[in-house]
Write a protein that binds this ligand. Structure first.
Ligand code: HEC
Ligand code: HEC
Length: 222
């Protein structure tokens, strides 16, 4: 889901409320924490205003100079095991950042790194990466991709969406790096590094062949 479509869909807010939310003065929104309704409201308010969105994205771009070493310019990764951040929902990105920070999610690169980020930087980076677009990739193995497509339609589409673009706390899978997808599904399946009640249950039902097929298909979705 693009920020623009979120912007179109979001409820109109009065200018004063919008400003209060966006500057963190309403409802204790100065604490950037995953799961907080205040932070989600602030995110919605920022996304509803092209001006605030532009300012947050620019601050996020400046703050993320270090991240792009691994995640790539504009959040498009050049490494199979490093996820694209581009095009994810900003709430999803912020949620995952908070999970790394408090240990619910673990990774040798991300865990230490994320702890030093200021709450404001986390917020702005999530906005910046979310506002970048993801290019389409051709299938490397067409037969496997077709099998992945059928499996996706049966088991994943209900949550991740017809175009695999996710929403809020649900990940975008479209255009994601194949090796990363394999690793993420395997981590849920084994409980190593990543636990989520829903995804753990889903992943336990997948064979290695299913995971390979999904990883062949998902990167080809724009
Ligand atoms: C040394 C390389 C490296 C750097 C630098 C790095 N990352 Fe990561 N990042 C990774 C890897 C690898 C993963 C996947 C971890 C896993 O498999 O669970 C990841 C995962 C993530 C995720 C989860 C994405 C998803 O789809 O679930 C977010 C969000 C993220 N990084 C944000 C950042 C931010 C913000 C910065 C800069 C402060 C940053 N990363 C810097 C390597 C890096
Ligand atoms: C009932 C809803 C639901 C279903 C069905 C579902 N997912 Fe998920 N998925 C989620 C949620 C929620 C998350 C975020 C979990 C977290 O925070 O770790 C997620 C995360 C993921 C991630 C991690 C992506 C990333 O960038 O971090 C992958 C990969 C994934 N799902 C693949 C799948 C596949 C493939 C299927 C079908 C076989 C599927 N999911 C079915 C809800 C669902």
């Amino acid at each position: 889901m693009s920020l623009l479509s979120l912007f179109r869909r979001s409820q109109p807010l009065t200018a004063a409320l919008l400003l209060a939310l966006a500057t963190g003065r309403a409802g204790g929104a100065d604490k950037v924490a995953d799961g907080s309704p205040a932070i989600e409201a602030r995110m919605t308010a920022v996304m509803a205003s092209p001006e605030l969105l532009g300012a947050a994205a620019e601050a996020g771009r400046r703050a993320s100079q270090f991240c792009v070493n691994c995640h790539g310019e504009s959040g498009l990764s050049q490494h199979g095991h490093v996820p694209n951040l581009a095009g994810q929902h900003p709430v999803f990105l912020l949620t995952q950042i908070e999970k790394f920070a408090d240990g619910r999610r673990q990774d040798e690169f991300m865990t230490g790194l994320i702890k030093v980020l200021k709450p404001e930087d986390r917020f702005n980076m999530a906005i910046y990466f979310a506002s970048q677009s993801v290019p389409v990739k051709p299938a490397r193995d067409a037969a496997s991709a077709r099998r992945g497509q059928q499996l996706y339609a049966r088991a994943c589409v209900g949550c991740h969406g017809a175009q695999a673009r996710g929403q809020k706390r649900i990940a975008r899978l479209a255009g994601q790096q194949p090796e990363y997808l394999v690793r993420a599904l395997d981590n849920y399946r084994t409980g190593k590094g990543r636990k989520d009640p829903v995804m753990t249950a889903v992943a336990k039902g997948l064979s290695n062949g299913d995971i390979q097929a999904l990883a062949a298909y998902l990167p080809t979705i724009p």
